[in-house]
Design a binder for this molecule. Structure first.
Ligand code: G6P
Length: 608
């Protein structure tokens, strides 16, 4: 995790760095710091806490108005989130200043080696090793030093370095952590993500793994790990920074929940033409689809919940066997991938370390890789054989909502496309389902209008200590998401259970007034789930049933009912998830939680 920024140009660097860090705060907010040249030496200010705390510190203590600097917002991996472990870190006798995003895996052996050479460590971070190691290799040639560092360390990194006595340059490098260079007029920028530089420029270089960048005020040069210059095309950003602002809402999460009709619309409409699914990005012919062996779906967090739903849908409609794996498990279990298997990777950020590693693992075993990604030109997008972008725009709240909804929609389209290619879907059914998918934005809009009822509902459950979610099939996938949303932002303990599993343990936790969310939107399974509702009710649970309009059987047993418009069962997840997001939002708000930035979490998990 962590976010890094850099600036070299004619302006005072520190406001530009702070500005960029604010756009990257979603990457971690345990501590923050900036380093700016003051003449020939580099001045550092850092503090635990958020960017706002750093700003306070800068206005109280001041910092050089120099025009070259780097900055960092941290999500702690090694060492507590305190002032000392905050970046930037110094190397040598202080002549090297460095910021880092990633994890150095062999830092202990390197630390021992450097200590034997007399280097003194002050922090518990792996990053300080990089700073000293750079100093160790530096004897006047910054590129050579960086190249040696890259060849010596194992792990992931995006780094930026300032060297005392060289106020005309920033040297940076990346491997397995994102890094971009923003190209300005007589000024240049460095950042972990594009929004940090968009205020100043739309032209960027997107660094690849094992590349270095040397930034000067009027030039940027890129090099491979051996120091050979490389030339890259300039990536011109066409989307808007405004899209990343709050736009009148109290929280990004609320704004993003309310953007779901648009997100769904933007994701599906270009891919439905004349009642048919058209996914131009997919490089598979009908013949290829017919020959698919197994689809290995890999993802983390909420994206994995989408994968869990996608499995039910693809298997049901297209009869292609699917396996769903947490990326962190898949990458280390030596998965069996056969000829004609494909790997479907789902990721909002396109930078999640485990998901990226899982993609590479699948590729190395010969699988064709298809990714569903939100962030354009992110690493996963670039490394996949085919990428289908969700059109959710920038998602800022740590807890995903609109990207989740967009990912679900791509899963529907893929399932229909596969089913059609395998002659398992008639033209009239394809047309019918496409029409329903095109109606989703309007139906979601309707659910958003029930906001105040959901707010009241949340109020009546605000004191809950434990909340359970149960469902079967697709309802189970959505239960997983509802439970995760609730626990990650409200800190209420919550678990989701396949309703049929309840009797194998969890039911022992149900006591008087324990809230149980029963998701029952699947017509073929509703009776079964109703049985489970009765079971928990008999043990004192307070049941909130999330059901389709026509499902009246639950009325008798539920304490509260949320009704959803009717649509084909496989599309129900798009409707069912919305009240669960809103419920979690108000539960968190009612408990005074920082909804957009829940404790200990970060938006983009770029370390494993
Ligand atoms: C973090 C986020 C989740 C997200 C997960 C996977 O945990 O908080 O919202 O689902 O990462 O991220 P990705 O960017 O790969 O979808």
């Amino acid at each position: 995790m962590c976010g890094i920024v850099g600036y070299i140009g004619g302006r005072s660097a520190s406001p530009v760095l702070i500005d960029g860090l604010k756009k990257l705060e979603y990457r971690g907010y345990d501590s923050a710091g900036v380093a700016v040249f003051n003449g020939d030496v580099v001045e550092v200010k850092k503090t635990k806490g958020r960017i706002a705390d750093l700003e306070k510190k800068l206005s109280a203590e001041g910092i050089s108005s120099g025009c070259v600097g780097i900055g960092h917002t941290r999500w702690a991996t090694h060492g507590a989130p305190d002032d000392v472990n905050a970046h930037p870190h110094k190397g040598g006798n202080g002549r090297i200043t460095l910021v880092h995003n990633g994890i150095i895996e062999n830092y202990i052996e390197l630390k021992i080696m450097l200590e034997q050479k007399g280097y003194k460590f002050v922090s518990q971070t792996d990053t300080e090793v990089l700073a000293h190691l750079f100093d160790f290799f530096y004897s006047g040639d910054s590129l050579k030093a960086m190249s040696n560092v890259m060849k010596t360390v194992r792990g992931s990194y995006a780094v930026a370095v300032l060297i005392d006595g060289r106020p005309d340059e920033i040297i940076a490098a990346r491997k397995d952590s994102p890094l971009i260079v923003g190209l300005g007029e007589n000024e240049n920028f460095l950042a972990s993500d594009i929004p940090a530089v968009l205020k100043y420029t739309r032209d960027c270089y997107l660094l690849d793994d094992n590349q270095m960048a040397l930034l000067k005020q009027s030039s940027v040069k890129l090099y491979d790990i051996d120091g050979n210059e490389v030339h890259k095309d300039i990536y011109h950003v066409t989307w808007d920074v405004e899209a990343a602002e709050k736009g009148g809402f109290d929280h990004f999460m609320k704004k993003e929940i309310s953007e779901q009709p648009k997100t769904v619309h933007d994701t599906v409409t270009p891919r439905i033409k004349d009642g048919k699914v058209v996914i131009d990005e997919l490089g598979l012919s009908d013949e290829d689809i017919k020959n698919i062996g197994t689809i290995h779906i890999v993802a983390c967090g909420s994206a994995w919940h989408v994968g869990t739903a996608a499995r039910y849908i693809i298997e049901k409609l297209a009869r292609i066997p699917c396996e769903v794996d947490l990326a962190s498990e898949f990458r280390y279990r030596n998965p069996i991938i056969k000829e004609n298997d494909i790997c479907l990777v789902i990721s909002q950020s396109g930078e999640t370390a485990d998901t990226l590693a899982a993609l590479r693992e699948a590729k190395s075993k010969g699988a064709r890789t298809i990714s569903i990604v939100n962030v354009i030109a992110s690493t996963i997008a670039r490394e996949s054989d085919d990428v289908i972008y969700t059109m959710a725009g920038p998602e800022i709240a740590v807890a995903t909502t609109k990207a989740f909804s967009a990912q679900l929609c791509v899963s529907y389209l893929l399932a229909l496309k596969f089913a059609k290619a395998k002659s398992l879907l008639s033209e009239s059914d394809e047309e019918k389902y496409c029409a329903e998918i095109l109606r989703l934005p309007e139906l979601i809009e309707g659910i958003l209008k029930t906001d105040s009822a959901l707010k009241e509902l949340a109020k009546s459950y605000a004191d809950s200590e434990n909340v359970f979610f149960i469902g079967r099939g697709l309802d189970y996938a959505i239960s997983l998401e509802g439970s995760l949303k609730l626990k990650e932002i409200s800190y209420i303990h919550s678990e989701a259970y396949a309703a049929g599993e309840l009797k194998h343990g969890t039911i022992s936790l149900i006591e008087d007034k324990t809230p149980v969310f029963a998701v029952a939107t699947q017509s073929d399974l509703n009776e079964k789930t109703l049985g489970n509702i009765k079971e928990v009710k008999a043990r004192g649970a307070r049941v909130i049933a999330l059901v389709g309009e026509n499902h009246s059987a639950a009325d008798e047993f539920a304490d509260d009912i949320i009704r959803l418009p009717e649509i084909s069962d496989f599309l129900m997840p798009s409707l069912a998830v919305v009240p669960l997001q809103i419920f979690a939002y108000y539960m968190a708000l009612g408990r005074g939680c920082d909804v957009d930035k829940p404790r200990n979490l970060a938006k983009s998990v770029t370390v494993e």
